[in-house]
Ligand binder design. Structure first.
Ligand SMILES: C[S@@+](CC[C@H](N)C(=O)[O-])C[C@H]1O[C@@H](n2cnc3c(N)ncnc32)[C@H](O)[C@@H]1O
Length: 262
Protein backbone atom coordinates (compact mmCIF):
# COMPACT_ATOMS: atom_id res chain seq x y z
CA UNK A 1 0.00 0.00 0.00
CA UNK A 2 2.95 2.35 0.74
CA UNK A 3 5.67 0.99 -1.50
CA UNK A 4 6.38 3.51 -4.25
CA UNK A 5 7.58 6.89 -3.04
CA UNK A 6 7.34 8.76 -6.37
CA UNK A 7 3.79 7.48 -6.83
CA UNK A 8 2.86 8.44 -3.25
CA UNK A 9 4.19 11.96 -3.82
CA UNK A 10 1.98 12.35 -6.91
CA UNK A 11 -1.06 10.88 -5.19
CA UNK A 12 -1.16 12.17 -1.57
CA UNK A 13 2.32 13.39 -0.67
CA UNK A 14 1.74 16.66 -2.53
CA UNK A 15 -1.14 17.38 -0.14
CA UNK A 16 0.91 16.44 2.93
CA UNK A 17 3.12 19.43 2.11
CA UNK A 18 0.00 21.62 2.29
CA UNK A 19 -0.98 20.29 5.75
CA UNK A 20 2.54 20.23 7.25
CA UNK A 21 2.84 23.99 7.72
CA UNK A 22 -0.58 24.59 9.34
CA UNK A 23 0.07 21.59 11.61
CA UNK A 24 3.30 23.24 12.77
CA UNK A 25 1.46 26.55 13.39
CA UNK A 26 -0.79 24.62 15.74
CA UNK A 27 1.61 22.07 17.26
CA UNK A 28 3.73 24.41 19.46
CA UNK A 29 6.84 22.23 19.07
CA UNK A 30 9.96 23.56 20.81
CA UNK A 31 12.17 25.77 18.63
CA UNK A 32 15.31 23.83 19.53
CA UNK A 33 16.04 20.26 20.62
CA UNK A 34 15.29 16.84 19.24
CA UNK A 35 11.95 16.16 17.52
CA UNK A 36 10.49 12.80 16.43
CA UNK A 37 8.50 12.59 13.16
CA UNK A 38 6.28 9.50 13.56
CA UNK A 39 5.55 7.84 10.20
CA UNK A 40 7.71 10.29 8.26
CA UNK A 41 6.87 8.74 4.87
CA UNK A 42 8.58 10.69 2.10
CA UNK A 43 9.71 13.36 4.58
CA UNK A 44 7.36 16.37 4.23
CA UNK A 45 6.86 17.01 7.94
CA UNK A 46 10.50 16.52 9.01
CA UNK A 47 11.65 18.96 6.32
CA UNK A 48 8.93 21.48 7.26
CA UNK A 49 10.05 21.28 10.93
CA UNK A 50 13.69 21.82 9.93
CA UNK A 51 12.69 24.82 7.76
CA UNK A 52 10.71 26.39 10.56
CA UNK A 53 13.07 25.67 13.47
CA UNK A 54 16.73 26.13 12.50
CA UNK A 55 17.95 24.82 15.90
CA UNK A 56 15.90 21.60 15.86
CA UNK A 57 17.23 18.12 15.01
CA UNK A 58 14.64 15.72 13.61
CA UNK A 59 14.49 11.91 13.54
CA UNK A 60 11.91 10.51 11.10
CA UNK A 61 10.85 6.87 11.40
CA UNK A 62 8.64 4.85 9.04
CA UNK A 63 8.27 1.11 8.29
CA UNK A 64 8.36 1.68 4.52
CA UNK A 65 11.96 1.17 3.36
CA UNK A 66 11.07 2.75 -0.01
CA UNK A 67 9.74 5.94 1.60
CA UNK A 68 12.69 6.16 4.00
CA UNK A 69 15.15 5.76 1.09
CA UNK A 70 13.32 8.48 -0.87
CA UNK A 71 13.23 10.87 2.12
CA UNK A 72 16.94 10.26 2.79
CA UNK A 73 17.91 10.84 -0.86
CA UNK A 74 15.97 14.14 -0.99
CA UNK A 75 16.98 15.32 2.50
CA UNK A 76 17.99 19.01 2.25
CA UNK A 77 19.07 19.12 5.94
CA UNK A 78 21.24 16.04 6.31
CA UNK A 79 23.23 17.64 9.16
CA UNK A 80 20.17 17.68 11.45
CA UNK A 81 17.42 15.56 9.85
CA UNK A 82 17.70 11.77 9.58
CA UNK A 83 15.30 9.09 8.41
CA UNK A 84 15.26 5.44 9.41
CA UNK A 85 13.07 2.39 9.19
CA UNK A 86 10.99 1.91 12.32
CA UNK A 87 7.60 1.01 13.74
CA UNK A 88 5.89 3.55 16.02
CA UNK A 89 4.53 0.66 18.11
CA UNK A 90 8.05 -0.44 19.07
CA UNK A 91 10.54 2.40 19.12
CA UNK A 92 14.20 1.67 19.81
CA UNK A 93 14.84 5.12 21.37
CA UNK A 94 15.61 5.64 25.06
CA UNK A 95 12.95 7.02 27.42
CA UNK A 96 12.55 10.82 27.27
CA UNK A 97 15.03 11.21 24.42
CA UNK A 98 12.92 13.72 22.43
CA UNK A 99 11.79 17.25 23.28
CA UNK A 100 8.65 16.89 21.18
CA UNK A 101 7.00 14.64 18.60
CA UNK A 102 4.70 15.13 15.62
CA UNK A 103 2.96 12.93 13.09
CA UNK A 104 1.34 13.82 9.79
CA UNK A 105 -1.55 11.73 8.40
CA UNK A 106 -0.31 8.45 9.91
CA UNK A 107 -2.29 7.29 12.94
CA UNK A 108 -5.03 5.56 10.91
CA UNK A 109 -2.43 3.29 9.33
CA UNK A 110 -0.85 2.05 12.54
CA UNK A 111 -2.36 -1.31 13.55
CA UNK A 112 -2.48 -0.38 17.26
CA UNK A 113 -2.53 3.44 17.52
CA UNK A 114 -2.86 3.35 21.33
CA UNK A 115 0.30 1.28 21.65
CA UNK A 116 2.12 3.61 19.25
CA UNK A 117 1.06 6.71 21.20
CA UNK A 118 2.23 5.11 24.47
CA UNK A 119 5.61 4.50 22.83
CA UNK A 120 5.78 8.09 21.56
CA UNK A 121 4.92 9.29 25.10
CA UNK A 122 7.68 7.09 26.52
CA UNK A 123 10.38 8.53 24.23
CA UNK A 124 9.21 12.16 24.66
CA UNK A 125 10.37 13.99 27.78
CA UNK A 126 7.82 14.97 30.45
CA UNK A 127 6.46 18.40 29.55
CA UNK A 128 7.11 17.80 25.83
CA UNK A 129 4.34 18.22 23.26
CA UNK A 130 3.01 15.44 21.02
CA UNK A 131 0.97 16.59 18.03
CA UNK A 132 -0.63 14.85 15.06
CA UNK A 133 -3.03 15.38 12.18
CA UNK A 134 -5.27 12.93 10.31
CA UNK A 135 -7.41 13.47 7.23
CA UNK A 136 -11.16 13.72 7.73
CA UNK A 137 -11.99 10.84 5.39
CA UNK A 138 -15.74 11.29 5.75
CA UNK A 139 -17.46 14.38 4.41
CA UNK A 140 -14.32 16.48 4.96
CA UNK A 141 -12.29 15.43 1.97
CA UNK A 142 -13.92 15.85 -1.45
CA UNK A 143 -11.05 14.23 -3.31
CA UNK A 144 -11.53 10.81 -1.69
CA UNK A 145 -15.27 11.21 -1.04
CA UNK A 146 -16.01 11.54 -4.77
CA UNK A 147 -13.87 8.45 -5.38
CA UNK A 148 -15.43 6.23 -2.69
CA UNK A 149 -19.03 7.36 -3.31
CA UNK A 150 -18.59 6.42 -6.97
CA UNK A 151 -16.90 3.11 -6.06
CA UNK A 152 -19.75 2.14 -3.71
CA UNK A 153 -22.42 3.21 -6.23
CA UNK A 154 -20.90 0.78 -8.75
CA UNK A 155 -20.00 -1.99 -6.30
CA UNK A 156 -21.62 -2.28 -2.87
CA UNK A 157 -18.65 -4.39 -1.68
CA UNK A 158 -16.46 -1.28 -1.86
CA UNK A 159 -18.34 0.03 1.19
CA UNK A 160 -16.25 -2.06 3.56
CA UNK A 161 -12.96 -0.52 2.33
CA UNK A 162 -14.28 3.06 2.06
CA UNK A 163 -11.83 5.19 4.03
CA UNK A 164 -14.68 6.93 5.84
CA UNK A 165 -14.55 3.92 8.21
CA UNK A 166 -11.05 4.84 9.36
CA UNK A 167 -11.07 4.80 13.18
CA UNK A 168 -9.55 8.26 13.72
CA UNK A 169 -11.02 10.62 11.16
CA UNK A 170 -13.91 12.44 12.84
CA UNK A 171 -13.96 15.42 15.17
CA UNK A 172 -12.89 14.38 18.68
CA UNK A 173 -11.50 10.92 17.82
CA UNK A 174 -7.84 11.89 17.86
CA UNK A 175 -8.23 13.90 21.07
CA UNK A 176 -9.98 10.90 22.70
CA UNK A 177 -6.94 8.79 21.89
CA UNK A 178 -4.66 11.49 23.32
CA UNK A 179 -6.81 11.65 26.49
CA UNK A 180 -6.87 7.84 26.92
CA UNK A 181 -3.07 7.86 26.68
CA UNK A 182 -2.83 10.26 29.63
CA UNK A 183 -1.69 13.36 27.73
CA UNK A 184 -2.58 16.71 29.27
CA UNK A 185 -3.70 20.14 28.01
CA UNK A 186 -5.21 18.55 24.93
CA UNK A 187 -6.33 20.82 22.10
CA UNK A 188 -7.92 19.88 18.79
CA UNK A 189 -8.49 22.00 15.72
CA UNK A 190 -9.40 21.52 12.08
CA UNK A 191 -6.96 22.33 9.29
CA UNK A 192 -8.59 23.25 5.99
CA UNK A 193 -6.74 23.19 2.71
CA UNK A 194 -7.67 23.47 -0.95
CA UNK A 195 -6.63 20.68 -3.31
CA UNK A 196 -6.22 22.23 -6.73
CA UNK A 197 -6.12 19.83 -9.68
CA UNK A 198 -5.20 21.23 -13.08
CA UNK A 199 -7.50 18.81 -14.91
CA UNK A 200 -9.47 15.62 -14.37
CA UNK A 201 -6.37 13.69 -15.51
CA UNK A 202 -4.34 15.41 -12.78
CA UNK A 203 -6.96 14.22 -10.28
CA UNK A 204 -7.51 10.72 -11.63
CA UNK A 205 -4.17 9.40 -12.86
CA UNK A 206 -2.53 9.23 -9.39
CA UNK A 207 -5.32 6.82 -8.30
CA UNK A 208 -3.88 4.36 -10.83
CA UNK A 209 -0.51 4.21 -9.05
CA UNK A 210 -1.53 1.74 -6.34
CA UNK A 211 -0.86 3.92 -3.28
CA UNK A 212 -3.03 3.97 -0.13
CA UNK A 213 -6.41 2.22 0.23
CA UNK A 214 -7.92 3.95 -2.85
CA UNK A 215 -4.97 2.99 -5.04
CA UNK A 216 -5.15 -0.59 -3.72
CA UNK A 217 -8.88 -0.68 -4.55
CA UNK A 218 -8.26 0.46 -8.15
CA UNK A 219 -5.58 -2.25 -8.48
CA UNK A 220 -8.19 -4.84 -7.46
CA UNK A 221 -10.46 -3.97 -10.44
CA UNK A 222 -10.27 -5.31 -13.98
CA UNK A 223 -9.82 -2.88 -16.88
CA UNK A 224 -13.54 -2.45 -17.45
CA UNK A 225 -14.05 -1.78 -13.75
CA UNK A 226 -11.40 0.93 -13.75
CA UNK A 227 -12.96 2.67 -16.78
CA UNK A 228 -16.45 2.53 -15.24
CA UNK A 229 -15.14 3.94 -11.96
CA UNK A 230 -13.25 6.74 -13.71
CA UNK A 231 -16.39 7.72 -15.68
CA UNK A 232 -18.57 7.65 -12.56
CA UNK A 233 -16.12 9.79 -10.58
CA UNK A 234 -15.89 12.27 -13.45
CA UNK A 235 -19.69 12.42 -13.70
CA UNK A 236 -19.94 13.16 -9.97
CA UNK A 237 -17.32 15.86 -10.14
CA UNK A 238 -19.21 17.27 -13.18
CA UNK A 239 -16.24 18.59 -15.05
CA UNK A 240 -14.75 18.42 -18.49
CA UNK A 241 -11.34 16.96 -19.32
CA UNK A 242 -9.41 20.22 -19.06
CA UNK A 243 -11.19 22.15 -16.29
CA UNK A 244 -9.29 23.09 -13.18
CA UNK A 245 -10.74 21.57 -10.04
CA UNK A 246 -10.66 23.00 -6.51
CA UNK A 247 -11.62 20.42 -3.85
CA UNK A 248 -11.77 21.36 -0.16
CA UNK A 249 -10.11 19.04 2.32
CA UNK A 250 -10.11 18.99 6.11
CA UNK A 251 -7.72 17.40 8.56
CA UNK A 252 -8.07 17.16 12.35
CA UNK A 253 -5.04 18.19 14.38
CA UNK A 254 -4.42 17.42 18.04
CA UNK A 255 -1.73 18.30 20.55
CA UNK A 256 -1.13 17.31 24.16
CA UNK A 257 1.59 17.46 26.79
CA UNK A 258 3.41 14.45 28.28
CA UNK A 259 2.66 14.53 32.04
CA UNK A 260 5.51 15.28 34.41
CA UNK A 261 6.41 12.28 36.61
CA UNK A 262 6.39 13.66 40.14
C1 LIG B 1 -0.54 8.53 4.47
S1 LIG B 1 1.15 8.13 4.77
C2 LIG B 1 1.76 9.65 5.51
C3 LIG B 1 3.24 9.80 5.34
C4 LIG B 1 3.82 11.18 5.69
N1 LIG B 1 3.75 11.46 7.12
C5 LIG B 1 3.14 12.24 4.90
O1 LIG B 1 2.37 13.03 5.48
O2 LIG B 1 3.33 12.30 3.68
C6 LIG B 1 1.02 7.02 6.13
C7 LIG B 1 2.39 6.55 6.60
O3 LIG B 1 2.22 5.78 7.79
C8 LIG B 1 3.28 4.85 7.79
N2 LIG B 1 3.02 3.81 8.80
C9 LIG B 1 2.25 2.70 8.67
N3 LIG B 1 2.35 1.93 9.78
C10 LIG B 1 3.20 2.57 10.62
C11 LIG B 1 3.74 2.26 11.90
N4 LIG B 1 3.41 1.13 12.54
N5 LIG B 1 4.62 3.13 12.45
C12 LIG B 1 4.95 4.26 11.82
N6 LIG B 1 4.48 4.60 10.60
C13 LIG B 1 3.62 3.77 10.01
C14 LIG B 1 3.29 4.36 6.35
O4 LIG B 1 4.46 3.64 6.01
C15 LIG B 1 3.14 5.68 5.61
O5 LIG B 1 4.38 6.26 5.31
Amino acid sequence: MFANAEAYERFMGRWSHAVARPLLEFATLPEAGRILDVGCGTGSLAVAIAERYSRAAIDGIDPSSEYVAYASAKNPFSNRVSFEIGDAQQLHFEDASFDGAASLLVFNFIPDPGKALREVCRVTRPGGVISAAVWDYGAGMRMLRAFWDAAVALNAAAEKVDEKHMPLCRSGELSDLWRRSGLQDIREQSINVNMRFESFADYWEPFLLGQGPAGAYVRSLDRGGVVALRDEVRRRLTLGESLQLDLPARAWAVRGIVPRRD
